[in-house]
Design a protein around this ligand. Structure first.
Ligand code: XUL
Ligand code: CO
Length: 444
């Protein structure tokens, strides 16, 4: 019995369709701004949430059967997950996946066994990928679940833990390279602190950077051409995580001279936990040239933790796609659904509904973001708002042809500056008029 036997092949049927197993907006082959939708969006399946997690929360056990027809042997279970994942990706037309070493292969009873299990699973996945369009978006190592990482991994006070984490990262890099991965992610789940009273912050930052540099040296030495990403998150599981937000990550990458190899993997719910919008984090990354990849999900703004819900908010997905298009789109990155179904949505069909929701939300966002750009009212407004820098004293400022003495003379002779309106409400109205104009598939 196949795990997703009740999920049919999901096709695009248009916004009027009421078929729950159809895309309403995602039409993979449709061209938007010179590229196919699937090339713009590069949807990826997250192995951990989709194939492994069973709905456990701090108050209750798993609600979802994720044992794939009763498999109990850990390696058999791991392989059954691969079979089910590839069946699911084929049915949904998803062409990328992301994994942690620990989701793909069992831990085993020793570090050697862990490495061997991962190698065996990578070989299994590799043969499964053959003859399919499915590719690895990125790999990573889980350096946060096991109790040995209680003080951190690269930032642990225990040098032996640093060595263990380095071994995991080395083997996860080997797995990523073997599967032709386009990216490798570091998410510092335990790289932070609970209290400063027991923390040597300077050494922890230095050691974290040492780990990243060793990873770059090792992977580049093996011919890896893809991107490295760090994934900001301000808190959870630690009280304070070092990769707090995009701005903090940029400061860290700059200080340790890692900007050439690293970009940022931006997760929507992590942005909101940091007190930012998703759009803000994307804008900052593109402004500083470190936009890399996206973990697509959404949080519940009434809750202070990472709910990892599938994205349904089309206002947010539109503004996110606007930033992504303005950043020039994805190169090595993509849209990984780091999202999970709710605990009470426990059937395999719910996973399909969740991905359809997420993929349609971002397809809608892509269509509308492109319409916002083509419409031009926002770009025109912004260009006019800053037009004082195109001529006169403004031009001298941006061409670095002036100084304080010159500017003082100018200000004294010109008197009170003339201002113009920021027109926020007008611009919000423009966004709504595009969102609500009803132009979707009929405009091909
Ligand atoms: C946790 C999270 C991770 C990373 C990969 O909040 O987002 O799943 O994306 O380790
Ligand atoms: Co994530």
């Amino acid at each position: 019995m196949a795990f997703f036997e009740n999920v049919p092949k999901v096709k695009y049927e248009g916004s009027e369709s009421t078929n729950p197993f159809a895309f309403k907006f995602y039409d993979a082959e449709r061209e938007v701004a010179g590229k196919k939708m699937k090339e713009h969006l590069k949807f990826a399946l997250s192995w951990w949430h989709t194939m492994v997690a069973g709905g456990r929360d701090p108050f209750g056990d798993e609600t979802m059967a994720r044992n794939y027809d009763g498999k109990t042997d850990p390696m058999e279970l791991a392989k059954a997950r691969v079979d089910a994942a590839f069946d699911f990706m084929d049915k949904l037309g998803i062409e990328y996946f992301c994994f942690h070493d620990a989701d793909l292969a069992p831990e085993g009873n020793s570090l050697q066994e862990r490495n061997d299990n991962l190698k065996e699973m990578v070989a299994y996945v590799k043969q499964k990928m053959q003859g399919t369009p499915i590719q690895l978006l990125w790999g990573t190592s889980n350096c946060f679940n096991h109790p040995r990482f209680m003080h951190g991994a690269a930032t642990s006070c225990e040098a032996d833990v640093f060595a263990w984490a380095a071994t995991q990262v080395k083997n996860a890099l080997d797995a990523t390279i073997e599967l032709g991965g386009k990216g490798y992610v570091f998410w510092g789940g335990r790289e932070g602190y609970e209290t400063l009273l027991n923390t040597n912050m300077g050494l922890e930052f230095d050691n974290y950077a040492r780990m990243l540099k060793m990873a770059v040296r090792y992977a580049r030495g093996k011919g890896y051409k893809g991107d490295f990403y760090i994934e900001p998150k301000p808190k959870e599981p630690t009280k304070h995580q070092y990769d707090f937000d995009v701005a903090t990550c940029i400061a860290f990458l700059e200080k340790y001279d890692l900007m050439d190899d690293f970009k940022i993997n931006i997760e929507a719910n992590h942005a909101t936990l940091a007190g930012h919008t998703f759009q803000h984090e994307l804008r900052l990354a593109r402004t500083f040239g470190v936009f890399g990849s996206v973990d697509a999900n959404q949080g519940d703004l009434l809750l202070g933790w990472d709910t990892d819900q599938f994205p349904s908010n089309v206002y947010d997905s539109t503004l996110a796609m606007y930033e992504i298009l303005k950043a020039g789109g994805f190169t090595n990155g993509g849209l990984n659904f780091d999202a999970k179904v709710r605990r009470a949505s426990f059937t395999p069909e719910d996973i399909a509904y969740a991905y359809i929701l997420g993929m349609d939300s971002f397809a809608f966002g892509l269509i509308k973001a492109q319409q916002l750009i083509e419409d031009g009212r926002i770009d025109d407004f912004v260009a006019k708002k800053y037009s004082s820098y195109e001529t006169g004293i403004g031009e001298k400022i941006v061409k670095d042809q002036t100084d304080f003495a010159d500017l003082e003379q100018y200000a004294l002779s010109h008197g009170e500056p003339r201002l113009s309106s920021g027109r926020q409400e007008y611009l919000e109205g423009v966004v709504n008029s595009i969102l609500l104009n009803g132009k979707f598939e009929s405009e091909r």
